[in-house]
Design a protein around this ligand. Structure first.
Ligand code: SF4
Length: 305
């Protein structure tokens, strides 16, 4: 059996920055440092930062007064910052800059009086954070949706999106929105990491008999990698570890494609390769990805205090 290893895969610049910020906060303030929501959607990453002294909580109300919290990479709504301020909690903001960009778009278009539509998955942490920035309608591409066709002429509509959606499904949703609001402004907010990983996975699906996506079941971009593989005609499964592979999946399979989402540490991919024990491992495709995010200025100022 041969393995074709997708490149790029795994950690993006936003995830690297978020994990670094938890570690920097622990160094500066000592344990415990609270993390609101999983710092990134991967249980191995979460337990590693927790083993160093981080405590993951879902709500700011669960964080003691006068403590330190890192807000996760997915972004947070304004009320979380307001409650933290009220409780004299120091906030290190690890929101990915590409999510902050969407927040800023939402605030700008809201100030301009536009009607904002957010294409995103209801209940996902990023959508909770973005939809808190301004009044907007959320369209979830997993559900049927209806727009008010009769009012389309009066509407000045702008369409934003969650950063980790399927490029293909989002385009289909945007096309439907455009058929109702032909003059809508469409922002492409799906991030470079999501786009690149999907692009390579679509090509990989044409090369192999099966794709294994390594990552957590609550990771949006990992789920979308499995979806795009299946849409491209190749069976695909999302797994956290080798133990989750059903031996039946591998029967008659000669070429396995391996990829991973933006929150998956590469060591998990290598553990799986080792246990699969292939005859060869080939690097597949090569989109250059050397993006790094700087520590945000506000966080730098806070850390220098
Ligand atoms: S997946 Fe994209 S939006 Fe999310 S943290 Fe990574 S770069 Fe940022």
């Amino acid at each position: 059996m041969e393995i074709y290893l997708a490149n790029p895969r795994g950690f993006c610049a936003g995830v690297v920055l978020a994990i670094d910020l938890v570690e920097i906060a622990l160094e500066k303030y000592g344990s415990p440092v609270y993390v609101k929501h999983q710092i990134v959607h991967n249980p191995v990453v979460v337990s590693e930062v927790e083993s160093k002294g981080a405590i993951t909580v879902e709500n700011v109300k669960d964080i003691p007064n006068n403590s330190v919290v890192v807000f996760s990479a997915h972004g947070s709504p304004p009320e979380d910052y307001a409650l933290a301020k009220k409780k004299n909690i120091t906030v290190i903001d690890a929101t990915c800059p590409l999510v902050t960009k969407v927040h800023n778009e939402a605030k700008k278009y809201s100030r301009e009086g536009k009607n904002i539509i957010l294409v995103g998955h209801k209940g996902h942490q990023e959508v909770i954070g973005t939809s808190g920035q301004a009044n907007m309608k959320i369209i979830d591409d997993r559900e049927k949706f209806q727009l008010e066709k009769e009012k389309s002429k009066d509407k000045d509509v702008v369409v934003l999106s969650q950063t980790t959606l399927s490029v293909r499904d989002t385009q289909q949703t945007v096309d439907k929105i455009k058929s109702i609001y032909p003059n809508a402004t469409i922002r492409n907010d799906i991030c470079y990491a999501t786009t690149n990983r999907q692009e390579v996975t679509v090509k990989l699906a044409k090369k192999v008999d099966l794709i294994l996506v390594v990552g957590a079941s609550n990771s949006s971009n990992c789920n979308r990698l499995r979806d795009v593989s299946i849409q491209s005609g190749t069976k695909a499964y999302l797994i956290n570890s080798y133990d989750e592979i059903n031996p039946d999946w591998l029967k008659g399979i000669e070429k396995i494609g391996l990829t991973s989402g933006a929150s998956t540490p590469d060591k998990l991919v290598y553990e799986i390769i080792k246990k699969l024990n292939p005859s060869n491992v080939y690097k597949f495709d090569d989109i250059d990805e050397d993006i790094k995010f700087e520590i945000p200025r506000k966080v730098k100022e806070l850390l220098n205090e």
